[in-house]
Design a protein around this ligand. Sequence first.
Ligand code: PEP
Length: 253
Amino acid sequence: MRRKFVAGNWKMNKTISEARQLITELLLALKPLEDIDRAVCPPATALPIAARLLEGTGVGLGAQNMYWQENGAYTGELSPRMVAELCQYVIIGHSERRQYFGETDETVNLKVKAALTHGLTPIVCIGESLEENRAGKTAEVVSRQTREGLADLTPEEGARLVIAYEPVWAIGTGLAATAEDANAIHRDVVRPALTEMFGDEVAQGIRIQYGGSVTPENAAGFFSQSDIDGALVGGASLKAESFAAIARAAAGA
Ligand code: PEP
């Protein structure tokens, strides 16, 4: 049985005081949901206050990105050592990073390896664009991103991954994939690729979240599917009540 995992990607939203407010509200709402894993991923400036507020609560903390080098002349970047001082998770290869900041499967792979080396759990994002979807290339793209982004990992490292399948056309658009279509990608494309790389036992244990316009209204439909093991939530994670409602749906699935 894979334990459900719901994570909130706040993107470039919330000042430090706004983050303090949202986390304070969230802690009350998420407290009873101890049967699932829960995490928030605020912007970098809010990570220290978030780490302080979340300590000992069972709610995890993630960064939204990091560089793969340990330190040095990389202006503007955060190193895995810095992220690991505050966080348990790090989102790697979000489609907005791929789209606006030139991230590739190769840089995703370097970041995933660095995260694992430093004891972080990477939440590795994959997903096809609208054009790729319309051209019938979803399986090909998602399979390639999985294999290249996770290349050269050992099965022990594979067992520590979380994957987030996020079709780019569904992110922030209000047009979520259907639960059945998302599940088919998880079950028939992503997990078989993981099985080839890490073996069946490891692949069966890796959580595959769905992301893309998840809301309190549609969440339960996703979580009832065989291979949807949680959600990476953007817009709906910015309000305590909507994020908590999604987490409750996961806990009840
Ligand atoms: C995301 O940014 O990872 C995401 C899924 O966003 P949204 O829920 O707003 O579509």
